[in-house]
Design a protein around this ligand. Structure first.
Ligand SMILES: O=C(O)CCC(=O)C(=O)O
Ligand SMILES: [Fe+2]
Length: 277
């Protein structure tokens, strides 16, 4: 008999786990993709951008790229619009998410981080919105023992630059950061750089899991991870949201306050975590 995977043990050891086929693609993923297609088609019509949008793959691929190339701000309009798709919010609020959280974090009281959900559109060779190596906690706060939920809207190939994860790096504990705009105007969470980054990363094996729609990647709030470089011809579309633990002592200390997405600078809330360069 095949052994049922012990997700809690894997997650505790590695700081991340991949649940293959966790979501139902037909009822949970496809409606989101179709709604995104409609939004891109509508914006292409509105702005007179001539691009293929009649299938989901066309719209999310060449359709989106043509729109963002004509005017990058129109790409931003897609980004802002898609996180309001009801089928997306249904996925974020799926009861199975909080159940999974509770099964990985014993005695937790799961919370869903406000403003901590969205859909990334990682366009080929675009650096500005690429997330450098980071832990989720400074960017989100809420509670120390939170979990990132990450699930793709397309088949993620090696060329798409999958998220890179430093296996077991949650064992570093909370890592101090300094601010660096990388010379290209990165801001907020994208401008935080880990203290002694190379030295810390050198201690862990890096994973870059290839995933399919329906697969779910879970990462501990302390696990070091970064965006891969997209060198494919099409954008890498992926969903992320965060659950935290109301019962976590740090969470209670913070009264579950959020960070950048909640309009707060974490450096003012936890100044001891910021190092001068
Ligand atoms: O998808 C990415 O490139 C980065 C994802 C990430 O940092 C997150 O989901 O917290
Ligand atoms: Fe992250």
């Amino acid at each position: 008999m095949e052994k049922t995977p012990d997700y809690a043990a894997d997650f505790a050891r590695d700081g991340f786990v991949i649940l293959r086929g966790f979501y139902d693609t037909r009822t949970q993923i496809e409606p989101i993709r179709e709604n995104i297609r409609w939004i891109i088609e509508t914006l292409c019509h509105k702005y007179g951008v001539n691009a293929p949008t009649s299938t989901v793959d066309e719209a999310l691929g060449p359709g989106y790229l043509a729109l963002a190339k004509a005017n990058r701000e129109w790409g931003g309009e897609v980004y802002d619009a898609v996180k309001q798709i009801p089928a997306f919010m249904r996925l974020v609020c799926d009861t199975r998410n909080a159940e999974m959280f509770a099964s990985l974090r014993k005695d937790s009281v799961p919370g869903l981080a406000a403003g901590g959900y969205g859909i990334r559109i990682d366009a080929p060779y675009e650096e500005r919105f690429r997330a450098p190596w980071h832990q989720e906690f400074p960017a989100q706060l809420r509670s120390l023992d939170g979990i990132v939920f990450w699930t793709p809207l397309i088949s993620v190939t090696k060329e798409h630059g999958p998220v890179e994860i430093a296996q077991s790096s949650h064992n570093e504990g909370l890592v101090p950061v300094h601010t660096d705009d990388a010379g290209i105007g990165k801001s907020g969470a994208y401008a935080l750089q880990l203290d002694k980054e190379e030295e810390r990363l050198g201690r862990y094996k890096r994973m870059a899991p290839l995933t399919e729609p329906g697969d779910l990647v879970l990462m501990d709030f302390l696990t070091l991870h970064q965006s891969g470089k997209n060198m494919a011809e099409s954008p890498r579309w992926s969903i992320q949201f965060r659950y935290f633990n109301y019962a976590d002592p740090t969470g209670i200390d913070l009264s579950w306050q959020g960070s950048f997405a909640a309009g707060r600078d974490f450096a003012k809330i936890l100044p001891e975590l910021v190092v001068k360069k």
